[in-house]
Structure formats: C-alpha cells, structure tokens
Design a protein around this ligand. Structure first.
Ligand SMILES: Cc1cc2nc3c(=O)[nH]c(=O)nc-3n(C[C@H](O)[C@H](O)[C@H](O)COP(=O)(O)O)c2cc1C
Length: 164
C-alpha cells in the first residue's frame, strides 16, 4: 500500500504474463455483494485499440502508453440498490479495482486508475453489452514517472472513534 501511487507516464516495457496473472487473480478473489461476482475485466493490450480508447478518455497518454489497460465492467444487476442506498455494482467494481492496484504494486508494477472516460464510446469499442456498465480502467505497466508522492491527510483528519 505504501509503494502504490498513481503513475501517469509509462516505459515501452512489457508486463510479464505471470505478473499480469497475479493482478487478475487478486481481482478474482475480491469480495462482492452476495458473492455475485458480476464482473468482467477486459485486458486490453492491442495498441490500436488502446489508442482509440485514449481518444475517449480525455486523451490521457497513459491509456495508450501503459502496456496493459484493464477495463472493469459490471456484467449485470446494475440496477440493484443496497439497503445502504448505494449501487452494489459501483462498490463491487471499486473494490476489484483497488485489489488490482495493490497486487500490481506488490508485483513491482505501476498503475493509475482512470474514470475520466466516455462510457458509451468505450462500450462500443470493446463490444460491452448495453446492460453492462464500465466503471473504471487501470493503466498497468512500468512507470517512467518520478513525480513526488501525493501528500495524504493526517490520521486525525480522517478517523474518528464512536461518533463522526
Ligand atoms: C475514482 C477515481 C478516479 C480517478 N480517475 C483518474 C483519471 O481519470 N485520470 C487520472 O490521471 N487519475 C485519476 N485518478 C487518480 C487520482 O487522481 C489519484 O488517486 C489521486 O490524485 C491520489 O494520488 P495517488 O493515487 O498517487 O495516491 C482517479 C482516482 C480515483 C479514486
């Protein structure tokens, strides 16, 4: 967790299949509401496809530069609202994305979560069914970015005990 940070520039270096597999295994083991596992992760490695997706993601260079682009889709039951009032699929996909980020860091890989994209266009490009939702994408590769780590709030600012 301490090694992870968002990296937005990537080397033209391939991600080893076993490292990619470890990241995908982390996604597979992610908890989901009712253990529904309504997830499809699309692994995009095709350069032309990544270039097209980039055009639908505010032309963010990492979409194309990173060797792998993971696209997290909720496959069905996307209308289900949990008793807490939140859409279940959004929480499920968020967790799966987070697990992928952490395992990638464990594998010595760099990542950036990307949600600034046009969902309809990405769905068209990746042949995602109309009933499914694309929630997030992750650029995955070897970073070329030495920018300083973002500062985080102090513990006292984000934690309280017993009351808000
Ligand atoms: C839901 C979500 C959406 C994000 N979308 C983008 C994005 O589209 N492009 C981008 O460069 N970073 C994106 N980020 C990365 C955040 O900017 C980054 O996590 C934040 O600045 C903290 O930096 P850190 O990840 O290095 O700790 C997103 C992060 C989250 C959690």
């Amino acid at each position: 967790m301490k090694a992870r940070r968002s990296v937005r520039s990537y080397l033209p270096r391939k991600v080893e299949q076993e490292k990619l597999n470890a990241v995908l295994e982390a996604v597979r083991l992610t908890p989901s509401r009712h253990n529904d596992q309504n997830i499809r992760v699309i692994v995009v490695r095709d350069s032309a496809l990544k270039q097209q997706i980039r055009q639908q993601a505010e032309t963010q260079p990492m979409v194309e530069e990173a060797d792998v682009l993971l696209v997290f889709c909720a496959t069905d039951r996307t209308d289900f609202v949990m008793p807490c009032g939140q859409y279940g699929y959004v929480v499920d996909m968020s967790l799966a994305t987070g697990f992928a980020l952490l395992e990638a860091a464990e594998q010595g890989l760099d990542t950036c979560i990307i949600c600034a994209f046009r969902e309809d266009a990405v769905k068209d490009l990746l042949h995602v069914p109309a009933s499914a939702r694309v929630v997030s994408m992750v650029a995955l590769g070897y970073g070329a970015d030495n920018s300083p780590r973002k500062t985080k709030k102090n513990m006292e600012e984000i934690v309280s005990y017993d009351r808000f």
